[in-house]
Design a protein around this ligand. Structure first.
Ligand SMILES: Cc1cc2nc3c(=O)[nH]c(=O)nc-3n(C[C@H](O)[C@H](O)[C@H](O)COP(=O)(O)OP(=O)(O)OC[C@H]3O[C@@H](n4cnc5c(N)ncnc54)[C@H](O)[C@@H]3O)c2cc1C
Length: 563
């Protein structure tokens, strides 16, 4: 697919095809029909489906249960209750997406959602009940209660337990933990597997007929985030190096309410807390969301995050507060046992105290462009979950739609990749591939220092509010760092992760610069207040071609505007 309108001067992240040196003649091999990268909801669901057709290998860089999925609290949005319908879920998703959703992707999600939930129940997942019925919660942007949850606020943990159990008992499915994928391997513009590094076995090449990328998001690029350490954007960076098309990288969703205790790691306080009736107040107890939006605390996330930021500036404060003190006795603790425990570990009792919160980076809406089969623009490569840009979320994600996305599009990716892997004549076998990187004598690096500096830079300049000049400056600073990070050849995961973060940070700053007006989660303070977005929705797009970065625009269906 060609978007291509403008090339930008190359830096090392464009010229470097692989992050590591390898020679297939001297490296261990694994052969599989389908390779799945990632063990969150999308990767596990894809692997289970693909194994109906052939041999599947699933790799994950840490353990099976370390992912954003494991941390999910609020739940899974799906049409379930009386009075709800796929059309309502469709409309709510489109409205939140600020005009940029791809309707076919949304239709697929809302239509297939209930069947995917039924399947989880059949595999042993126990959702919370109220009497005989599954209990449903309302979250921001949903017009009816629609969010199913488990263990109160540990839906993600229950989901991963269910899918892992199913995966481990599935024939044909091999799971490799501590197996970091460094790069997708391509031969003649087709993905043929991946170059990996296993904690015990070192470098290996996994040759696959079809590959499914499900490596999740990139919240760790920001100083303030809800995301786990695994979310360093590896999938997006490796897809870029391999030449796949990426879109909407400026669209990062900031979650309004993360526990703010100075010096402590940021931890999410689920939207369901507001869904169950908690208020947002400032230090004087003023409920500021009532004047910010008709839906008050349940307005879409971008609106709540910006209103909080504004209130923090006006009151010169580091945070605002969630007030749940009016909940009936025992209700908060029963519904949110994990959040109660978290708060208490900081001597905050939600039944008596206000909970200090502020927004942080939460979800990557953009990603690797996929079609309705979850296929990317690179032959042999599929993508699903948070790493993908199917157009489902448009310019803002409806709360709790992403676990469902992982289930629906994971199953699609697994089915299509599985079918193609066994049907295609050209099964992939090892061929000679080598990559060498000229050695450098430049200075040693303090990787942690670079990672922390990048996170601070991204938070300051590519955070909730953005300005063109700061975005330009961000790119310049990252390109300067790239000079001495990309002439190194690392032999450990930390180094490759930092290289991926720098690659993606630059692409995100460039995309945010390109979209010069505010839309959904992307807020440009330097755009005139009264400026309307262009009438036709368009997606920013980028890819690496011939060692340079090429930027352009795609239409609402994620097809090229010009060729
Ligand atoms: C705190 C929190 C709460 C959330 N709550 C909700 C909620 O209630 N409802 C909802 O719908 N959404 C929620 N979300 C969002 C949702 O959890 C994620 O968008 C979704 O789980 C992403 O699933 P995934 O499978 O795409 O990625 P992940 O779950 O992040 O999984 C990615 C996997 O890829 C692996 N990986 C990454 N890079 C590599 C590599 N180089 N090599 C090998 N493996 C790699 C990771 O280790 C991980 O196993 C929440 C997110 C967070 C962070």
């Amino acid at each position: 697919m060609g978007i291509v309108e403008r090339s930008v001067m190359a830096d090392q992240t464009d010229t470097r095809r692989y992050l590591t040196e390898f020679d297939s003649a001297r490296t261990g091999h694994i052969l599989t029909d389908v390779l799945v990268i990632g063990s969150g909801v999308a990767g596990l669901r894809a692997a289970i489906e693909a194994s109906r057709f052939g041999r599947v290998t699933l790799t994950t860089k840490r353990t099976l249960d370390e992912s954003s999925t494991s941390l999910a609290q609020g739940g899974i949005a799906a049409v379930w209750g009386v009075g709800d319908s796929p059309d309502r879920h469709f409309q709510d998703t489109l409205r939140t997406g600020a005009g940029l959703c791809k309707p076919e992707a949304v239709r697929k999600l809302v239509d297939q959602g209930p069947a995917r939930v039924d399947e989880l129940i059949a595999w042993g997942m126990e959702f919370d009940h109220q009497g005989e019925s599954i209990q449903l919660t309302t979250e921001g942007g949903h017009s009816v209660p629609r969010v199913l949850h488990a263990g109160g606020d540990s839906t993600g943990r229950a989901l991963i337990n269910t899918l892992s159990r199913k995966a481990r008992s599935t024939a044909n499915l091999r799971i490799l933990e501590s197996c970091f994928v460094i790069d997708l391997l391509t031969v003649e513009d087709r993905c043929v597997g991946a170059v990996t590094h296993h904690a015990n076995y070192g470098h290996q090449i996994i040759w696959s007929n079809q590959t499914i990328l499900a490596g999740g998001g990139c919240g760790r690029l920001f100083r303030e985030t809800t995301n786990p350490p695994t979310a360093t954007g590896d999938s997006l960076a490796m897809a870029y190096r391999a030449g796949a098309l990426l879109a909407d990288l400026e669209m990062v969703q900031f979650h309004p309410t993360t526990l703010y205790v100075a010096g402590a790691a940021r931890t999410l306080i689920s939207e369901a807390v507001r869904g169950e009736g908690a208020y947002l107040v400032d230090g004087d107890g003023f409920r500021f969301m009532q004047e910010a939006h008709p839906d008050a605390e349940l307005a879409p996330r971008d609106i709540v995050s910006r209103a909080i930021r504004r209130r923090m500036t006006e009151t010169k404060s580091n945070c605002v507060y969630l007030d749940a003190r009016h909940f009936p006795s025992g209700q908060f603790e029963a519904r949110f046992p994990g959040i109660t425990e978290l708060c208490r570990s900081f001597q905050i009792d939600p039944t008596r105290d206000l909970i200090p919160v502020r927004p942080t980076a939460h979800y990557m809406i953009g990603g690797v462009v996929t079609d309705s089969d979850a296929a990317t623009t690179l032959k042999g490569l599929f993508c699903c979950g948070e790493a993908a840009c199917s157009g489902l979320h448009g310019a803002n994600r409806l709360a709790s739609n992403s676990l469902l996305e992982g289930l629906v599009f994971g199953a699609t990716a697994g089915e299509t990749a599985g079918q193609r892997a066994t049907q295609e004549d050209a099964t992939v076998g090892p061929t000679r591939v080598r990559h060498e990187i000229p050695s450098s004598t430049r200075t040693e690096l303090d990787l942690l220092d670079i990672a922390n500096s990048l996170r601070s830079l991204m938070w300051r300049n590519v955070g909730i509010a953005r300005r063109g000049d700061r975005l330009d400056e961000t790119r310049e600073i990252i390109e300067f760092w790239n000079h001495y990070v990309f002439d190194k050849v690392f032999s450990e995961v930390d180094g490759w992760e930092v290289q991926n973060m720098l690659t993606l940070g630059r692409l995100m700053a460039a995309a945010a610069r390109e979209r010069s007006f505010s839309l959904g989660v992307h807020y440009r303070v330097d755009a005139p207040e009264d400026q309307d977005p262009p009438p036709t929705p368009e997606h920013t797009a980028v890819r690496r071609a011939d060692g340079v970065m090429v930027q352009g625009w795609l239409d609402q269906s994620l097809a090229p505007l010009r060729d």
